[in-house]
Ligand binder design. Structure first.
Ligand SMILES: C[S@@+](CC[C@H](N)C(=O)[O-])C[C@H]1O[C@@H](n2cnc3c(N)ncnc32)[C@H](O)[C@@H]1O
Length: 392
């Protein structure tokens, strides 16, 4: 099928205004269509070269011919010599890294009334954001250190989703312009690597958002061929919060507790990713012997934490806080704090009480021992709790 070449419209002009202000260095124009963004960029002194790509071969041929003709006929248009046009599905044929990457994607949700030959230029997928998502997830690999992207999308693309994708890749965004046109609003965003991502550049690859808590966002990535996690703080959270968690991890790591911290920076720390199953999931299929082993191990770690005068919190229901893999790792020390009367063993005893039937634990004995331990945190009482679990 021959696909139509996108005629510049409001979206093209809105984006081109920002291209004029910001484009520099080596430029990549993805989905170049008529070439409007590429040509706008090529006129700028700050721009050295422009690679214009489109998955639509028709558009590429059209642009190539246009450039050839115009250079031949109008000498004053020699800025067009900066442009090279090639066929490429997003970044697939774009070699090297770029200072400015421009993308006015097909951003509308699928609509059966749209003629098939114009869909490539207009329809981003079923929801509208799919092509932009694929582009964003690969963007980090194609930008120079100082590089950024200028993208356009519409209220019909789902703004929250697009902003979510930008957070997924650990980039920051700035809205440069907005324009209402009949039934939609168009947005132009400048997006660049976050400070944390910039610091990790070159050492950590394949960074992607993994989870978010109240205070922090966790990314996963690869570092020296290992899967690692990077915890950063939410914008509104104070830097001390993340530093405090890193300090606690360093301290408990000495007792082989918690995920191993690898390195830290101003607003983040990186640690080995603990592979395995959550404790609840593990217990669903484990034998009594395996369950006992896990309980004893966690109890020992809780005792060590008590001795260090640190309360981890969440140990009454540690469903998401204990990972059973090669090792048994306590994770997520976001709420951990120094405490003159730490609560780890006591809290974990409450969890054991609720799960007493897994091991047929003597609940009353456990309650009595837990109370005793709460009053005086002695190693002797903890040992009795341990023995009770062991003998169950
Ligand atoms: C909305 S038009 C924008 C055209 C032009 N850049 C502008 O601003 O007017 C989207 C362009 O993206 C191209 N396109 C769609 N999917 C693509 C893909 N996977 N890789 C590269 N280009 C793609 C279409 O062929 C079309 O030219």
């Amino acid at each position: 099928m021959k696909y139509l070449i996108y005629e510049p419209a409001e979206d093209s002009y809105l984006l081109a205004e920002e291209v004029k202000k910001f484009a520099f260095g080596k430029v990549l124009d993805v989905g170049t269509g008529s070439g409007i963004q590429a040509i706008t960029a090529s006129k700028l002194k700050s721009v050295k070269s422009v690679l214009a790509v489109d998955v639509n071969g028709e558009a590429v041929s059209f642009l190539k011919n246009k450039i050839k003709k115009e250079i031949k006929n109008k000498k004053e248009k020699k800025y067009l010599k900066k442009i090279k046009a090639i066929k490429s599905d997003l970044f697939s044929n774009a070699r090297g890294k770029f200072d400015t990457i421009i993308f006015n994607p097909p951003y509308l949700p699928f609509d059966s009334r749209e003629p098939e030959d114009s869909r490539l230029a207009t329809t981003g997928g079923k929801q509208g954001y799919e092509t932009l998502q694929i582009f964003l997830y690969d963007l980090n690999n194609h930008l120079t250190k100082k590089g950024f992207a200028l993208i356009l999308f519409s209220s019909l693309t789902n703004k929250e989703k697009v902003e979510g994708f930008i957070e997924d890749i650990c980039f920051d965004f700035e809205k440069l312009s907005e324009q209402k046109v009949s039934f939609e609003t168009l947005y132009v965003y400048k997006i660049k690597r976050s400070k944390v991502l910039n610091e990790l550049l070159g050492s950590v690859t394949n960074i992607r958002k993994y989870a978010e808590g109240k205070r922090g966002v966790i990314y996963i990535g690869r570092y020296k061929n290992k899967k690692i996690a990077i915890k950063t703080k939410r914008n509104e959270v104070k830097t001390e919060t993340i530093n405090k968690e890193a300090d606690i991890l360093k301290k408990i790591n000495k007792k082989r507790i918690g995920p191993k911290i690898l390195f830290s920076g101003n607003n983040y720390f990186a640690y080995e990713f603990a592979e395995g199953k959550h404790i609840g999931e593990f217990l669903e299929k484990s034998s009594k012997k395996e369950a006992k082993n896990v309980f004893l191990n966690v109890l020992n770690q809780c005792r060590e934490l008590d001795k260090l005068k640190i309360t981890k919190e969440e140990m009454t229901n540690p469903y998401k806080h204990v990972i059973i893999g090669k090792k048994i790792t306590l994770i997520d020390f976001e709420r951990a704090h120094f405490d003159s009367e730490p609560q780890n063993v006591t809290q974990f005893c409450q969890y054991l009480m609720r799960n007493h039937n897994v091991l047929n634990l003597d609940k009353n004995k456990l309650i009595a021992l837990a109370k005793k331990y709460k009053n005086v945190q002695s190693g002797e009482t903890c040992e009795k709790i341990r023995k009770l679990v062991l003998s169950s």
